[in-house]
Design a protein around this ligand. Structure first.
Ligand SMILES: *[C@@H]1O[C@H](CO)[C@@H](O)[C@H](O)[C@H]1NC(C)=O
Ligand SMILES: *[C@@H]1O[C@H](CO)[C@@H](O)[C@H](O)[C@H]1NC(C)=O
Ligand SMILES: *[C@@H]1O[C@H](CO)[C@@H](O)[C@H](O)[C@H]1NC(C)=O
Ligand SMILES: *[C@@H]1O[C@H](CO)[C@@H](O)[C@H](O)[C@H]1NC(C)=O
Ligand SMILES: *[C@@H]1O[C@H](CO)[C@@H](O)[C@H](O)[C@H]1NC(C)=O
Length: 284
């Protein structure tokens, strides 16, 4: 149990989640193809890199992960179906996220983007990633980490309450990240960014849960123990029958329904996106 808890903790060790859009510099004939798309982050964005890594890298390439992915395939995504980078890629005009970096065996696969996200990874030296030509970046804050089933089951097993300490840390993180991006803008020529305030989006969804179709904000759909929050999703875990009305898929990660909603708000929305939404950044 102790080991499982350590393993789950490593899923959200304060990684900066990042999308990078690179517009080709050549003139484009219509219809213009979507811009190149690179993804960096942790298990929230991993589409299979960890399948290629050894223990103790956390993995999700087994049921019930992927139960709502086309063909009921466990791709390595920590979720029941598509995840955030898939939806953002779809909105850009791709079928799903670019391929996991570690799956790439020929140049053709990398032609329009790569997903470098890896479950359990820590904060990257991500600003290097400007020196290699990136000019448009999308940075995400952390959501209400104090409200995930893993934390509720660990700290508030009776009441099921959220950890306000952890939520406060998320607020500090987003405040400082947003300020950092604002300060970088005048220093880097041609640099454009979008900051997605996922903390406020998460708060908005939780406060209006029924309107968005969620009836369970507390229990993970797939997991074991209190709030299904005490062990990861595996073939022997409990599994809820309706994934779409649950906020959390497993003790740590949200459901496909949440990923779709947050991606939609980030791409097309007007609230909690600074200074513009992703669609406007792509077209800028
Ligand atoms: C998906 O696959 C799992 C494991 O193979 C199986 O238990 C489950 O019934 C399948 N679910 C659906 C909806 O096909
Ligand atoms: C980040 O880059 C700096 C400067 O190159 C280096 O000293 C540091 O070790 C790097 N940090 C990580 C976590 O790789
Ligand atoms: C969270 O932050 C608010 C405002 O900064 C403060 O009033 C509150 O005491 C903090 N709560 C915890 C649990 O740290
Ligand atoms: C975050 O920023 C808001 C708005 O500037 C401020 O009111 C709040 O106190 C800050 N909270 C923390 C925890 O830094
Ligand atoms: C995105 O949101 C709009 C407006 O609520 C909705 O019409 C559309 O179906 C959503 N798209 C997806 C993929 O969820």
């Amino acid at each position: 149990m102790q080991m499982k808890q350590m393993k789950m903790k490593s899923y959200f060790t304060g990684t900066i989640l990042l999308f990078i859009i690179v517009s080709p510099s050549v003139a484009i004939v219509t219809p213009s193809p979507p811009p190149f798309f690179y993804v960096f982050g942790d298990s929230l964005f991993d589409v299979g890199n960890n399948n290629y890594l050894q223990y103790p890298a956390p993995k999700a390439n087994f049921p019930f992960n992927g139960i709502d992915y086309p063909g009921n395939i466990s791709t390595g995504r920590f979720g029941n179906g598509y995840i955030g980078p898939d939806y953002v890629a779809m909105f850009m005009g791709y079928p799903q996220s670019p391929p996991p970096y570690l799956s790439i065996i020929n140049e053709y696969q990398t032609s329009r983007g790569i997903n470098f996200a890896s479950g359990g990874s820590g904060i990257l030296n991500s600003t290097a990633l400007y020196n290699s030509g990136a000019r448009k970046i999308i940075v995400l804050g952390t959501a209400k980490t104090g409200c995930i089933p893993f934390i509720r089951s660990l700290l508030f097993p009776i009441s099921g309450g959220c950890s306000e300490d952890l939520n406060n840390l998320s607020i500090q993180f987003k405040n400082e990240t947003r300020a950092l991006l604002q300060n970088l803008t005048p220093k880097l020529s041609g640099f454009r960014y979008v900051f997605i305030d996922t903390y406020e989006m998460d708060s908005l969804i939780r406060a209006n849960a029924h309107q968005y179709g969620f009836t369970d904000l507390t229990n993970a759909c797939c997991g074991i123990g209190r709030f299904n929050g005490q062990a990861p999703c595996t073939p022997i875990s409990n599994l809820c029958s309706n994934r779409d009305n649950h906020y959390s898929w497993d003790p740590v990660h949200p459901t496909q329904a949440v990923a779709r909603l947050v991606s939609n708000m980030s791409y097309y929305g007007l609230l909690h996106v600074f200074p513009m939404n992703i669609q406007q950044l792509v077209n800028a």
